[in-house]
Design a binder for this molecule. Sequence first.
Ligand code: SLL
Length: 153
Amino acid sequence: RIIANRRKLINTVFGSVAHPFDPDNKPADCPPDHTHSWTIFVKGVNGEDISYWLKKVQFKLHETYAQNVRVVEQQPFEVTETGWGEFEIQIKLYFVPESNEKPQTLWHSLKLHPYGPDAEGMKERRESVVSQNYEEIIFNEPVEPFYEILTGG
Ligand code: SLL
């Protein structure tokens, strides 16, 4: 059976949210040089379920982190950590086995600090920083079982 135009597009949101610690109220178990807690995530647009096509996500953190390669096998696909610095995070998306698809890699720059003209003021006000992007994942000629998953939900 030949199905014309089997290209499928899926939208996701990925990125980070960071919260500066209140210096007077830091978690006791947190190393003294850590300034922020943060979360890196991959999720559906408007929080919709993405586990029907996404099997697992591998987040590769900076080598300064113990066990810096973190694999998350179910929703929410996210990692929460504390730290002091910004760095690039490699995000590898593994699709459900029916897909026969190779993993796809995304990159995200973890942002802890606000920027722009108000940055200094915002630092003093200790604001949270959200940095997120929309990604359109393209499946060209997906195999039939995966096409059905993507179409039927
Ligand atoms: C920088 N190039 O120098 C970056 C590296 C690394 C941040 C930032 C580790 C926390 C921990 C941490 O925050 N690493 O596990 O102690 O800004």
